[in-house]
Design a protein around this ligand. Structure first.
Ligand code: GLU
Length: 469
């Protein structure tokens, strides 16, 4: 049997961490088994679905490198097919027209509430359908749910789940305006798209028995189900923006890299021994749905940052450079006028938790002059330092072979000639050339910034004098 899974988001907002994890598990399951993965956009809620949300879903999956083999399918483009299937159920008696007025439904509902019963349709039209009398009136179509027995299914994560049919009323599958309803579209699509494994959030468990009954009525094979648990914030409440969780694209904007987000997500509810680090290939190889935890997971921003830092340090500089490029470019930085990005990655990868942080260090390398931090300038660009700066500037300016070593020699020689410690030279130099009092290795930094720019910046700093000494 060819394994086929799907990710079926409703495009009503950004793609959040929980949905991205569901997509990842569903995708990994398909990839692990050499199967197929489908993207289906469940956009039947016309009021809440937006094109921006559709784009956010597609962009996020692309960014995470979760690729699909078919789709994206859009449910709004498939109404004719759903209606065809509804008519089929009407014809074979698995569905019926319901003419109950809103008023009547409200009355039964109120009465049920007063009696302390669960509100449900009382089945009036199921039993009293009189074609000739009602045919001109508006109607909905309801699924004729079995009255007896129960629906039992084995959830691959949670084990056996059972619902008595008595708990399920007759679901509306077509509204009076002729549009099919959510649960019906899901079922028809899972059937039509030959989905073998439905992997989705646990908020859909309650839909499953109804969906199974409809599948049976359609004569469809039943897929396997796996309901993935919720993700909570550290206060035990459902994860939301309050906990610092944002849409996937915002993680990109904040300087996270997909490898880190994927590794974090896969571990958030799935484990393989004590292993923490999983490459994509590794995940595909090792993932199994049975090892997904059925308890809720807790979102932890610090852990995500830890993964990000790990991958920034350990992925190839070429890979990190691509992300760095995105950030610099997004901030209108022309990287042609400066060092190759790979060199900057090598310079900063050990000290940055995010690419955004790295980019902040890097802008400086693509501008002629740098902004001086007033505090650092006040401390280090003193009158005293002028002499040191001037001397090191002269030495730097006559270097022919601009390397880390030649820059280093210029600094050491200056310190020796003027009989001061190296820091006395390197700190004012650092502030003059980088604008700030912290930077990686100053020799390498100056080498990377380049000769012309470095000299230009020292000249600007030399014109400033601070302090009284
Ligand atoms: N469209 C549903 C959602 O976004 C998912 C439905 C399903 O996976 O069956 O929550």
């Amino acid at each position: 049997m060819k394994i086929k899974t799907r990710f079926a988001p409703s495009p009503t907002g950004y793609l959040h961490i929980g949905s991205a994890r569901t997509a990842l598990y569903s995708w990994l399951f398909a990839r692990h088994h050499g199967g197929e993965f489908i993207l289906r956009i469940e956009d039947t809620d016309l009021e809440r679905s937006t094109p921006q949300a559709i784009n956010a879903i597609i962009d996020s999956l692309n960014w995470l490198k979760i690729n699909w083999d078919q789709g994206p399918y859009f449910q709004t483009k498939r109404f004719a097919y759903y209606n065809y299937m509804i008519n089929h159920l009407l014809n074979n008696g698995h569905a019926y027209k319901c003419y109950c007025s809103k008023n009547r439904l409200e009355n039964i509902r109120n009465q049920q509430m007063i009696n302390g019963e669960k509100p449900r349709y009382d089945g009036f039209c199921r039993n009293n359908y009189q074609k000739n009398i009602f045919d001109d009136l508006p109607y909905v179509v309801r699924f004729r749910n079995p009255k007896e027995g129960s629906v039992i299914f084995k959830d691959l994560i949670r084990g056996i789940i059972q619902y008595s049919n008595k708990e399920l009323d007759d679901l509306i599958i077509r509204r009076t305006d002729g549009t099919p309803t959510y649960n019906f579209c899901v079922v028809v699509d899972d059937f039509d798209m030959k989905i073998t494994h439905v992997i989705r959030g646990e908020d859909h468990i309650n839909n499953t028995p109804r969906q199974i009954n409809i599948l049976k009525a359609l004569g469809a094979p039943l897929p396997e189900y796996a309901h993935v648990s919720m993700i909570m914030g550290n206060d035990g409440k459902k994860l939301s923006k309050r906990h610092g969780a944002v849409g996937i694209m915002q993680y990109r904007d904040e300087g996270f890299i997909p490898e880190a987000v994927l590794n974090y997500l896969v571990r958030l509810g799935w484990s393989y021994g004590n292993q923490e680090i999983f490459s994509l290939d590794n995940m595909k190889k090792l993932f199994s749905i049975e090892a997904v935890s059925k308890s809720a997971s807790t979102f932890d921003n610090k852990k995500l940052l830890w993964y990000n830092q790990f991958y920034i340090k350990n992925l190839s500089p070429d890979n990190i450079a691509q992300h760095l490029f995105w950030h610099l470019n997004n901030n209108c930085t022309n990287i042609v006028s400066g060092p190759p990005l790979k060199e900057l990655v090598q310079l900063f990868s050990k000290r940055c938790k995010t690419i955004k942080e790295m980019a902040n260090y890097c802008y400086n390398f693509y501008q002629d002059v740098c902004q001086l931090d007033p505090e650092a300038a006040k401390i280090y660009l003193t009158k005293d330092a002028t002499k040191l700066l001037q001397r090191v500037r002269d030495k730097l300016s006559i270097i022919n072979n601009w390397t880390k070593e030649s820059v280093h020699n210029a600094i050491v020689q200056t310190a020796n000639e003027l009989e001061v410690k190296i820091e006395k030279v390197s700190m004012p130099l650092r502030v003059a050339v980088t604008g700030v009092s912290y930077s990686p290795d100053i020799d390498l930094t100056i080498k990377t910034i380049g000769k012309l720019r470095s000299i230009k910046r020292i000249d600007i700093a030399l014109k400033l004098t601070y302090g009284d000494d």
